[in-house]
Design a protein around this ligand. Structure first.
Ligand code: PNS
Length: 194
C-alpha cells in the first residue's frame, strides 16, 4: 500500500460503474483516497455538485479510506492544500490516453512533486462514460449495469422532473396569448389539430 493521500478528481456527472471500479482499485493501493468533484466546470451539468457528492458518499460508504470532497480552480492547488502525493486517473481505452497524457504533463509542469497514477477499470466498463450514460438515459434507453442502482434511480427521478417541468411550462405558455399569436409551437400545433 502506498502511504499518503491520493486525489481522484473528476466531474462524476453522474458517477458510473467505471468510476466506482476505479475508486475500489484505488482504495486498495492508497492509504487514503479523496474523490474530488470539480465545482466550477464550464459544462452545464445534469446533477448538482451536492447531488453528485451525495451519490458518491453513498456509493463509497463501505470503503473506510475513501472520502468525497469538492474543489474549485486548479486541481494541483487543491491537491497541495490536501497534502496529496498522487493524482489518480482512469484510462479506459487508447482514445483516453492523449487527453490524459496532456493533462498529466501540464499538472506536472504546474506541480512537479505531484505524481499522476493511471489505472484501468475492468474491461466490461471500458466503453462506459458519464456523457454516454446521460445521452442514453435522456433518450429513454436502459442504463442498467452501467451505473450503480442508486444512480439509475436518480437519473429516472431527474428525467421525470424534467418532463414534469416541460409539461408545466407548456401549460403556462398555453394560457398566454400574444394578440392571437401563439408563443409555443407545440401548443399551436395542438390547437391546429383540435
Ligand atoms: O471527469 P473529467 O471531466 O474528465 O475530469 C476532468 C478534471 C476535473 C480532472 C480536470 O478538468 C481538472 O482537473 N480541472 C480543474 C482545473 C485544472 O486544474 N485544469 C488544468 C488541468 S491540466
Amino acid at each position: 500500500m502506498h502511504k499518503g493521500l491520493a486525489i481522484y478528481p473528476g466531474s462524476f456527472d453522474p458517477p458510473t460503474n467505471g468510476h466506482l471500479d476505479l475508486i475500489e482499485r484505488g482504495a486498495k493501493i492508497f492509504e487514503e483516497l479523496v474523490v474530488a468533484i470539480l465545482r466550477n466546470s464550464e459544462k452545464s451539468p445534469m446533477f448538482t455538485v451536492s447531488e453528485r457528492r451525495e451519490m458518491l458518499q453513498q456509493l463509497t460508504a463501505h470503503l473506510k479510506n475513501v472520502s468525497i470532497d469538492t474543489f474549485d480552480g486548479l486541481m494541483v492547488e487543491y491537491a497541495k492544500s490536501r497534502d496529496a502525493t498522487c493524482i489518480l486517473r482512469g484510462i479506459r481505452a487508447i482514445s483516453d490516453y492523449e487527453y490524459e497524457l496532456q493533462m498529466a504533463l501540464m499538472n506536472r509542469k504546474l506541480e512537479p512533486t505531484l505524481e499522476t497514477v493511471f489505472m484501468m477499470p475492468a474491461d466490461k466498463y471500458s466503453y462506459v462514460s458519464s456523457r454516454l450514460v446521460r445521452e442514453v438515459a435522456q433518450a429513454g434507453g436502459p442504463v442498467k449495469g452501467l451505473v450503480p442502482e442508486i444512480v439509475e434511480q436518480k437519473l429516472r427521478d431527474k428525467l421525470a422532473l424534467g418532463k414534469q417541468r416541460e409539461t408545466r411550462a407548456i401549460e403556462i405558455l398555453d394560457r398566454i396569448d400574444l394578440g392571437g399569436k401563439e408563443l409555443n409551437p407545440k401548443v399551436a400545433k395542438r390547437k391546429k389539430k383540435a
